[in-house]
Design a protein around this ligand. Structure first.
Ligand code: NDP
Length: 319
């Protein structure tokens, strides 16, 4: 496993990491969580991604419980959480990045995780209604209080990230060091075009999500929607729309053919493709069972596959 600096910050993250969205608490119980986290950790994964809103706080609880039982030295791993949507009703508890919400949400997260601090905290989405200055000060204060070590954003525009950075610079506050965007063969624009200047100008690092586009790029939906998959979940209407999209189906079929030719699984090829981007500090994997996680972690063995010729062929497929 290679460890990359998270942007220009000093902290290092494993090039593959493991996230809990959809899976922890819903598909994986405490035993499964401990087993999958151990598989990842034993392979060198040092970053575990989470969010307040995942399984309504239960994902933080189960990850915290697993970490307590696993008893790894705290210096060996990083955990994250993210704030914005909230998990309780009230004018200052939902869809906001105001100071009141952020300070309270942080305390609640720490309690659920049973940790003294969280390594990375993210503003899960931009909040157009709270002055950016208020949010930047609150994130700074959470670090200043020792509740978190670093902060960043998720799915903010390049302009919003730059504005937040400039406010922090002006007031000598802790700056955002990381953005968490979607990045896979269907979602390239932000990471490859929109954010381009942020890497050099501000030293922003990336922890990218959904390398398989929620499982689509594994090719498993080409024939049917198998039992116990994400696409079967009620809330995943958008995924079923993608599955039925003729153009995407053709792209995925050709991508699977290419993977077969290269003697790797489509999932491994899709993950390796994300890892090849030097601006990506870590690719956050998702898995609903051990077999998937083992398969996905094996992408580490296939980094040499992506020659210029193969990359050009992939570009053509997804043009
Ligand atoms: P992926 O796109 O890799 O999708 C993961 C899902 O695909 C698994 O849960 C599983 O679903 C299926 N899958 C995984 N591996 C395989 C395989 N080898 N073969 C077949 N199916 C497979 O990643 P996620 O969408 O889960 O995103 C990863 C992480 O990124 C999240 O856990 C979260 O931490 C973070 N994230 C952040 C967001 C943000 O807004 N900041 C948004 C979304 C995610 P199943 O078996 O159920 O079909």
């Amino acid at each position: 496993m290679k460890y990359n600096r998270l942007g220009r910050s000093g902290v290092k993250v494993s090039e593959l990491s493991f996230g809990s969205w959809v899976t922890f608490h819903n598909q994986l119980n405490i035993k499964d969580v401990m087993e999958t986290m151990s598989i990842a950790y034993d392979k060198g994964v040092n970053f575990f991604d989470n969010a307040e809103v995942y399984a309504n706080g239960k994902s933080e609880e189960v990850m915290g419980e697993a970490l307590k039982k696993l008893a790894w030295p705290r210096v060996k791993y990083l955990v994250s959480t993210k704030f914005y949507w909230g998990i309780s009703e009230g004018p200052n508890e939902k869809n906001t990045l105001n100071r009141k919400y952020l300070l309270q949400a942080m305390e609640n997260s720490l309690r659920r995780f049973q940790l003294d601090y969280i390594d990375l905290i993210y503003c899960h989405r931009p909040d157009p209604h709270t002055p950016l200055e208020e949010t930047v000060w609150a994130m700074h204060d959470l670090i200043h209080r020792g509740h978190a070590l670093y902060w960043g954003t998720s799915e903010w525009s390049a302009d919003e990230i730059r504005a937040a950075y400039m406010i922090a610079e002006k007031h000598h506050l802790h700056k955002p060091i990381v953005e968490q965007p979607q990045y896979n063969l269907f979602h390239r624009h932000r990471v490859e075009i929109e954010y381009q200047r942020l890497y050099e100008d501000l030293g922003i690092g990336l922890t990218t999500w959904s390398p398989l586009a929620s499982g689509l790029l594994s090719g498993k939906y080409l024939k049917q929607i198998p039992e116990n998959t994400r696409a079967q979940m009620k809330s995943m209407t958008w995924l079923r729309e993608d599955i039925n999209n003729e153009n995407k189906r053709n792209q995925i079929q050709s991508f699977c053919d290419l993977a077969t030719e290269l003697n790797v699984s489509p999932s491994q090829l899709a993950i390796t493709w994300c890892m090849r981007n030097n601006n990506v500090s870590t690719v956050i994997l998702g898995a609903s069972n051990q077999q998937q996680l083992n398969e996905n972690l094996k992408s580490l063995d296939h980094k040499d596959l992506l020659t210029t010729e193969i990359l050009e062929r992939i570009d053509k497929l997804f043009a």
